[in-house]
Design a protein around this ligand. Structure first.
Ligand SMILES: Cc1cc2nc3c(=O)[nH]c(=O)nc-3n(C[C@H](O)[C@H](O)[C@H](O)COP(=O)(O)O)c2cc1C
Length: 248
């Protein structure tokens, strides 16, 4: 489709149709461009049009099964580079990443996390067969992923306040910043033709993850992002945006 023409949008989602109505660039006089605080709406940088971007983000899916093919280190480094260009609170960049590519490390991590999860589920009174099935699935996902990336929060450069309420807000800003970096990583993986999935399990056993991977004690694991070339296709829907938004 040509920019700004509307083109053939049949079969595309509302978002794409919406994007087609948006001008691709806003031409402002140089005087306005020099005064960045007066820019509204922002100038399109021209690198990626909104329709292409919308289509791209819509096609990202959480992928949990991977081909047994290694991911080149340079590709993983490119994903991490994309991650660190996320916005962060005060630009303190509280993200830290542990990349696990060695199979014994994946085995050890998944075994120990599985043991902890088994204990929790047993204490909850879950059916033993179901427990074993869940643990085995989780283990297969972790050990079958060529790369695990563990995004962590570090508060070492964040502000410290005398009261708990502001410290909690500061911690939450750090968590949000790491989540944004992680989303950059997920999108970069999608751009690289990789599948990825965010797995929340480390939130339940952060100390175990730190100890198993010999991470600095102040790193707070937030997730495991599994990565690899996809061995499955997934479909997902979304509740229409109008049901999630209020305008005032
Ligand atoms: C905070 C968070 C935690 C998640 N935890 C898990 C998880 O533990 N296991 C898993 O298989 N997927 C997990 N996911 C992936 C979601 O299931 C997935 O994003 C959701 O079903 C939508 O699918 P999509 O990513 O393909 O659009 C998590 C996603 C987020 C954002």
């Amino acid at each position: 489709m040509q920019a700004g023409t509307g083109g053939d949008l049949s079969g595309k989602c509302d978002f794409v149709r919406f994007c087609a109505t948006i001008p691709r660039a806003i031409i402002l006089p140089v005087s306005a461009m020099n005064n960045t605080r007066t820019l509204h709406p922002p100038v399109c940088n021209g690198a990626l049009d909104l329709e292409t971007f919308g289509d791209f983000v819509r096609k990202r899916r959480s992928i949990r099964r991977y081909q047994p093919v290694p991911v080149p280190r340079a590709v993983v480094e490119a994903l991490l580079e994309a991650a660190i260009w996320a916005p962060s609170a005060h630009n303190r960049q509280p993200w830290r990443f542990c990349v696990v590519i060695e199979q014994p490390a994946k085995e050890e991590l998944s075994r120990r996390m599985g043991d902890a999860w088994r204990q929790d589920m047993s204490a909850d009174g879950a059916d033993p067969a179901l427990i074993e099935q869940r643990v085995a699935t989780s283990r297969a996902r972790l050990t079958g992923a060529p790369v695990l990336v563990i995004p962590c929060v570090s508060l070492e450069d964040m502000d410290v306040y005398p009261d708990g309420e502001r410290n909690r807000a500061e911690w939450l800003m750090a968590v949000q910043s790491v989540a944004l970096a992680s989303q950059n990583l997920l999108l970069a993986a999608h751009a690289a033709g990789l599948g990825a999935c965010w797995i929340c399990a480390p939130l339940f056993v952060p100390s175990l993850v730190v100890e198993t991977l010999d991470l600095p004690a102040h790193w707070q694991p937030q997730a495991i992002i599994t990565l690899g070339y996809p061995a499955e296709q997934r479909e997902r829907e979304r509740t229409p945006v109008a049901q999630r938004v209020v305008w005032r």
